[in-house]
Ligand binder design. Structure first.
Ligand SMILES: [Zn+2]
Ligand SMILES: [Zn+2]
Length: 353
């Protein structure tokens, strides 16, 4: 007899827990054994006794938290089944950031897929999302409202290049999350033919080096030296979102403040952050892709987490798919914290980067 989904995965204060294998997925507090979907700080935390994740995610955690981020680590090769207690798990690409994976848990003939964060748009910096057929699909809903329809990211990057041609005397400062978004913007700039240096705020340096060492061609990305800022007229400079509003960005010649985020679809947010050139580039699925993905998994049951849960739950219910919100604490902060990089951004904010 098939197990009930809640026998395989339950909600605990630490996060989603599989009693059959005695492990948590993306726990928000230190646990004995954690399976991690990807390196964003709300999913990947330090202090677990053991961590199972993709090789790239382990490397990202190492860069962010230092070599002792967990008692023990184990690499999860994509597509391989791994037995843990009475459950079998398998990691599959999620298309979100480098190393990001969905985790399928199987026991007693029932399969649950925890997708972590995911997107369906192509991204030159990570493997594309793969649909994993399942009985229960756990989806994020960061942009889970029909109003969210992301434009083509390439078109947004072209807007940035057009602006640099229009204002060759101004520095273009682009706020972008340190893990994933910054590197995707750089890769798209290269694919659109921009071959000049892309200057980096110090907070973006180490993760960008990691991406390069994984074979992603990002070209020349010098760190901005403090003394040099006044000379960077016409240059493109990337920094963490927290730096676009602070003094750091004002030292550049007549800066054009840009911000690459799915939230730039909301004009009030762009205005509130003083963004002159909003670039709608998201590493999360928009409404259409969330709905499409749910249907493609064939899941009869959907659990919805971090974001606008209610609209997606309603959408599922009207299609005869059982659905419920998870309302888990610790994920996202208005959908931004998970993409943001609290630790490195804070460090660099106070330095002379
Ligand atoms: Zn994420
Ligand atoms: Zn997230």
């Amino acid at each position: 007899m098939a197990l009930r989904s809640t026998d395989i995965l339950t909600q605990t204060p630490q996060g989603l827990y599989c009693p059959l294998g005695d492990f948590h997925i993306d726990p928000v507090r230190p646990v004995k054994r954690a399976l991690i979907t990807h390196g964003h700080s709300d999913h990947a935390r330090s202090g677990h006794r053991a961590v199972l994740a993709t090789r790239e995610t382990l490397r990202i955690m190492d860069v962010r938290y230092g070599g002792d981020f967990a008692g023990a680590t184990q690499e999860a090769p994509l597509g391989e089944s791994i037995r843990i207690g009475d459950a079998t798990v398998r990691f599959t690409p999620a298309g979100h950031v480098l190393g990001s994976a969905q985790i399928a848990i199987e026991a007693g003939g029932t399969r649950i897929v925890v997708s972590g964060d995911y997107k369906r748009d192509e991204d030159p910096t990570c493997l594309p999302y793969e649909v994993v057929p399942c009985d229960v699909f756990i989806t994020e809903a960061t942009f889970g409202l029909p109003v969210f329809r992301h434009p083509d990211a390439r078109g947004e990057v072209r807007k940035l290049l057009d602006s640099t041609r229009l204002f060759p005397e101004r520095t273009h400062i682009v706020g972008a999350y340190a893990l994933g978004k910054a590197q995707r913007v750089m890769a798209l700039l290269r694919e659109e033919g921009f071959d000049g240096p892309i200057y980096l705020h110090g907070a973006l340096e180490r993760l960008t080096e990691l991406y390069k060492s994984e074979g992603i061609p990002l070209g020349e990305t010098p760190k901005v030296a403090a003394s040099e800022r006044a000379k960077l007229a016409g240059a493109i400079v990337l920094c963490p979102p927290s730096s676009i509003q602070d003094l750091w960005s004002r030292r550049f010649p007549d800066p054009v403040i840009c911000f690459a985020s799915g939230w730039m679809r909301v004009r009030a947010r762009a205005r509130q952050k003083g963004v002159e050139l909003p670039l709608v580039v998201s590493d999360h699925s928009d409404w259409d892709d969330l709905c499409r993905t749910i249907l493609e998994t064939g899941a009869g049951e959907v659990w919805v987490t971090h974001g606008q849960e209610d609209a997606l739950v309603h959408w599922c219910t009207t299609r005869g798919i059982a659905a419920r919100p998870l309302h888990m604490l610790g994920y996202g902060d208005e959908g931004e914290a998970d993409e943001a990089s609290p630790a490195p951004a804070r460090d660099a904010g106070g330095s002379a980067a």
